[in-house]
Design a protein around this ligand. Structure first.
Ligand SMILES: [Zn+2]
Length: 272
């Protein structure tokens, strides 16, 4: 599932490749991904509009368009992909094709159809944005803000890091890598972390996510960037998916446990 670094990679690619292009046409192959409005109204709001900017809010992409007030919100969810092509080569996963003013095609592919494309005038109309926590890669995301977000939360820190109402967009792979980098045991209650540990955690969140974005994300299964390429962060993963392999710090075996239905990988000797 694309997480914050993968969605940020897609965003940067799309800004480079389609900013200032106009949507000439839209072809639908499966309208289930269009939420809340009819495909006709969806077309009417987008055709003839120029993409002026693309933002990322958590794991959602927001396309700003001109003229008009309509915003296109894309949530990739489990298996959504946005792929740019010079020659149209769609497959069974292709749900919507945007024809752009330079003759290229932007495909929305979604094998499992959990993703969604919405048109809104105000981001507050989207429930996800109403509940989304602060953006961990923003400059304004400080250790003090992290401390305030963790305040009073008794759940294990691993589960709290995965909660997008606490922090936007950190996924399961990155939560494991962040806690390893910060040397914090994933089962510790968030409320019990000392001030110094929260500072380590804050630094680890920034470092791991920045490195993941610089590596263009992690490809576990269906994630591809806007060029259809896989991410390279797999090469830097230290604990995730490495059960029984030696810890890169102490050489003792990495353990796997399940927390809130998700696998957690960690070193019980290095993470306290
Ligand atoms: Zn270790």
């Amino acid at each position: 599932m694309p997480e914050l670094p993968e969605v940020e990679t897609i965003r940067r690619d799309l800004v480079r490749m389609i900013k200032d292009l106009t949507i000439r046409d839209i072809r639908f192959f499966d309208t289930r991904v269009i939420r809340d409005i009819s495909p006709q109204i969806f077309r009417k709001n987008l055709i003839g509009r120029r993409v002026t900017h693309i933002e990322r809010h958590g794991k959602a992409l927001v396309f700003r368009l001109s003229p008009g007030r309509a915003l296109l919100v894309v949530q990739l969810m489990m298996t959504g992909q946005l792929v740019l092509q010079r020659e149209l080569s769609k497959d069974r996963a292709t749900k919507v094709v945007f024809v752009l003013s330079n003759g290229q095609y932007l495909l929305y592919n979604d094998h499992r159809v959990f993703g969604r494309l919405q048109i809104v005038e105000d981001l507050k109309a989207v429930k996800y944005f109403q509940i989304l926590g602060p953006e961990p890669l923003a400059r304004g995301f400080t250790s003090e803000i992290l401390s305030a977000r963790l305040h009073g939360r008794k759940r294990p820190i691993k589960n709290v890091l995965l909660d997008h109402t606490v922090l936007a967009g950190i996924g399961n792979i990155y939560a494991a890598e962040i806690l390893f980098a910060a040397r914090i045991h994933p089962q510790r209650s968030a409320i019990d972390l000392a001030a110094g540990e929260i500072r380590w955690l804050h630094r680890a969140i920034k470092e791991v996510l920045h490195k993941a974005v610089a590596s263009r994300g992690t490809s576990m299964n269906t994630y591809r960037d806007a060029d259809g390429q896989k991410g390279k962060f797999m090469n830097y993963i230290r604990v995730y998916g490495r059960e029984e392999e030696p810890c890169p710090r102490c050489r003792k075996p990495i353990r796997r446990i399940t927390q809130a239905g998700r696998s957690t990988f960690f070193c019980e000797h290095c993470q306290k």
